[in-house]
Design a binder for this molecule. Structure first.
Ligand SMILES: [Mg+2]
Length: 169
């Protein structure tokens, strides 16, 4: 169960305490795309997201999108947002995160992973040795395969909640 437990849980990326991450010595923030930054397959970064990315940079956190979605979707969004990216990352495998860390020149200890899914983002981030943050998905609309995984995910979430292992901080 340890690999499935995020270090923090928030309603959205906007609730994340960037200053705290900076003080913890974090230097990179790897972001899931769909339902973490925007709605599933939404091609346009919102103004609020763009200013949040600027704020992350101002806190010494280099943003990088790490997504399992197809390369063209991720590339288009990342170029509009002006951030580096890894597409078809194969989360929860470590490979995509390791590649992103190498590209940004950071260690696992300096890395934060943010996403809306326990079985890809949190599990993959924990395996990669990063500090993981789970956020509530932006929208209910998503990939059919994801909808099935959500059923199991809800059970894990309620298990963690019952044991006080899921903290909003
Ligand atoms: Mg997602």
């Amino acid at each position: 169960m340890r690999g499935l437990r995020p270090a923090e849980y928030h309603k959205s990326i906007f609730e994340i305490d960037l200053d705290k991450l900076r003080r913890m010595g974090k230097r990179a923030i790897m972001l899931d795309l769909d339902n973490t930054l925007v709605r599933w397959n939404d091609p346009t970064p919102t103004p609020a997201l763009l200013s949040w990315l600027a704020e992350a940079r101002a806190h010494g956190l280099q943003p990088c999108i790490v997504s399992n979605n197809r390369g063209a979707r991720v590339r288009e969004f990342a170029s509009r947002a002006g951030v580096p990216f890894i597409g078809r990352a194969g989360k929860p495998r470590v490979k995509g995160f390791a590649e992103a860390m190498q590209r940004l020149g950071v260690t696992p200890d300096e890395t934060v992973v943010v996403g809306d899914q326990i079985f890809t983002d949190v599990l993959g981030g924990n395996r990669a040795g990063a500090y993981t943050i789970l956020v509530v998905p932006i929208d209910r609309r998503e990939f059919i395969g994801t909808r099935l995984v959500r059923i199991i995910e809800r059970r894990v979430l309620s298990y963690l909640q019952r044991r006080g292992l899921l903290t909003e901080k």
